[in-house]
Design a protein around this ligand. Structure first.
Ligand SMILES: [Fe+2]
Length: 199
C-alpha cells in the first residue's frame, strides 16, 4: 500500500479567505448541498476534537462540544421537519428514512448526556467520540443511499433548500448558533502534533 505524505501540505493557517457569503446560486439552494455542507462542518468538529482532546483546556473542549451538539440538533431538526417528510412516499426505500430517524434518536440521547456533562467527567471524551461515529455512519448512509434516491424522486430539491435555509435562520436564533464557525479551539496549544492518518 503506497503511502504518500509528500504532497500533503496540510498546515492549518489563519484563514486568509473571507467567509463565504456569496449570493445563493441555484445549486447551493439544492437541499442536498446544504445538508452535505452541514455534514462536512460537523465532521470537521469531530476531527478537531480528536486532535485537541488530550491537550486542550476544558473550556475549549466544552465550547467545541457545545457547538457541535447545537449544529447537530439543528441538522436533525431540519431533516426531521423538512427533508424526511418530503421524501416519504417519494423515494423507493422508505426503510432508510426510518433507520435515519432511529439513528437521530440515538444521537440525540448522546447529545443530551453531553450537554449535562463537563469535560472532566469520566466518559466525556468517549461519548463525544461515539457520537462522532454515529454521525459518520449517518452521513455515509444518507449521502450514499438516501441522497441518490432523493435526486431521482419527484421532489423540489431547490424549493426545499430555500425552506431549509429559512428554517435554519430561526433555529440558529433558537439554539444560539452563529452563522460562521468561530475559531474556537483552533488555537494550537501545542505545536502541530502527530497527524492522524485518514484512511
Ligand atoms: Fe444528515
Amino acid at each position: 500500500m503506497p503511502r504518500t505524505a509528500a504532497n500533503k501540505a496540510t498546515t492549518t493557517k489563519a484563514p486568509a479567505r473571507a467567509p463565504r457569503r456569496a449570493p445563493a446560486k441555484a445549486s447551493s439552494n439544492n437541499v442536498l448541498n446544504i445538508l452535505k455542507e452541514d455534514h462536512k462542518k460537523v465532521d470537521k468538529m469531530f476531527e478537531q476534537y480528536e486532535k485537541m482532546k488530550d491537550k486542550a483546556d476544558d473550556s475549549d473542549k466544552q465550547m467545541l462540544v457545545e457547538r457541535a451538539c447545537a449544529e447537530l440538533t439543528m441538522h436533525t431538526r431540519i431533516e426531521e421537519e423538512i427533508f424526511y417528510p418530503a421524501l416519504r412516499g417519494a423515494i423507493k426505500d422508505m426503510d432508510l428514512l426510518d433507520e435515519a430517524q432511529v439513528e437521530h434518536a440515538t444521537a440525540k440521547n448522546l447529545i443530551q448526556e453531553l450537554q449535562s456533562m463537563h469535560p472532566g467527567d469520566e466518559l466525556y471524551d468517549a461519548k463525544f467520540t461515539v457520537l462522532g461515529e454515529y454521525v459518520r455512519h449517518h452521513v455515509e448512509e444518507e449521502e450514499k443511499e438516501i441522497f441518490p434516491q432523493a435526486k431521482k424522486a419527484k421532489v423540489d430539491l431547490a424549493g426545499m433548500g430555500e425552506e431549509v435555509r429559512q428554517r435554519k435562520e430561526e433555529l440558529r436564533m433558537e439554539l444560539g448558533i452563529m452563522e460562521e464557525m468561530p475559531e474556537m479551539a483552533a488555537k494550537p496549544k501545542a505545536s502541530a502534533a502527530k497527524r492522524k492518518t485518514v484512511h
